[in-house]
Design a binder for this molecule. Structure first.
Ligand SMILES: [Zn+2]
Length: 245
C-alpha cells in the first residue's frame, strides 16, 4: 500500500484508558488512527516529533469512534448458509442430507448442496462451500493465468490456493510460486485478474515502487477499479462477511 514509510514502530498504552495501541512514527503532518479489522487493534500513525501526551489526547478525542469500530469489526458474524457469493453474484443454497458423499449441483442461481446423513454441522457445510470456491478459483486461474503470463512475459508460476488472513495473494520469487486467497472467488473475476497481475509484476519488481505501478498500468490499465473493490470490507462490497478472511 502507498503511504509514508514507518520510521519507528512501538507498542504503547493510553494509561487512563488502559488502551493499548501500535504507534507508527512517520514523516507526516497529522496524526491519524485506524482500527485493524481482524482483531480490533488500534493503529496510530503520527508525525515523528509529536509528543506522546498529544497522541494520547488525540486517542481520547477519538475514543467513541474507536469503540464503535471495534465492536462493529470484531462482532462475530453469524454463519449464513443461505447463500454463497461467487464471482460477485449471489447463489441461493439449498441444503439436503442424503447418501454417503458430499456433493453440489448447480441449477441456475441455486446451488443444491448435499451432505451425508448426520453431517449437519457448520464445519461440514463450510468445508463443502470451500470446495466449491476452490474448484471455481482453480478453474478460473487455469483459464486466465496463461494470458496474463503472455502479457507480462513470465513463465507460468506454480499456484497454490489457500485461505489467507490479511492478503489476497503473495508470491515467492525464487520458487516461482504464487499463493492466491480462496476468498477471491467471492468477488468479480476482475479482482482475480488484478491479483494475478499484481503477483506476476512482483517477479519484475520486488517492492511497491513507482516502477511496479508503471508496469501494473501497462499490463492491466483497469487494475485500480478492482483494487478499490478489494479494499472495502467484503460485506460492504458484496454483502457477506463470513468468508472474507
Ligand atoms: Zn504486492
Amino acid at each position: 500500500m502507498a503511504g509514508a514509510r514507518v520510521i519507528r514502530l512501538s507498542e504503547e498504552t493510553v494509561p487512563d484508558l488502559a488502551l493499548g495501541f501500535t504507534l507508527s512514527r512517520k514523516a507526516i503532518r497529522r496524526a491519524y488512527v485506524r482500527v485493524r479489522r481482524e482483531d480490533g487493534r488500534v493503529l496510530v500513525s503520527a508525525p515523528l516529533h509529536l509528543p506522546l501526551a498529544q497522541i494520547h489526547a488525540f486517542i481520547r478525542q477519538n475514543q467513541d469512534w474507536i469503540t464503535t469500530q471495534q465492536t462493529q469489526r470484531t462482532a462475530p458474524v453469524e454463519p449464513d448458509f443461505s447463500r454463497l457469493w461467487l464471482w460477485g453474484e449471489p447463489l441461493m443454497l439449498r441444503w439436503q442430507h442424503a447418501g454417503k458423499r458430499a456433493r453440489v449441483q448447480r441449477d441456475g442461481n441455486t446451488l443444491h448442496c448435499v451432505l451425508p446423513e448426520g453431517k449437519t454441522d457448520a464445519s461440514a457445510r463450510q468445508a463443502l462451500l470451500d470446495r466449491v470456491l476452490h474448484h471455481a478459483l482453480a478453474t478460473a486461474i487455469e483459464e486466465r493465468l496463461p494470458g496474463w503470463c503472455a502479457r507480462t512475459g513470465h513463465p507460468l508460476p506454480r499456484i497454490s490456493i489457500r485461505r489467507m488472513r490479511s492478503r489476497w495473494g503473495s508470491c515467492h520469487i525464487t520458487r516461482q510460486r504464487v499463493s492466491i486467497s480462496l476468498a477471491l472467488a467471492h468477488y468479480p473475476p476482475g479482482c482475480l485478474d488484478m491479483v494475478l497481475v499484481h503477483e506476476l509484476t512482483h517477479f519484475d519488481e520486488r517492492g511497491h515502487n513507482a516502477h511496479f505501478y508503471q508496469k501494473m498500468d501497462a499490463y492491466f490499465p483497469d487494475w485500480r477499479r478492482w483494487d478499490a473493490l478489494l479494499r472495502r470490507p467484503l460485506d460492504e462490497s458484496i454483502g457477506l462477511g463470513r468468508l472474507g478472511q
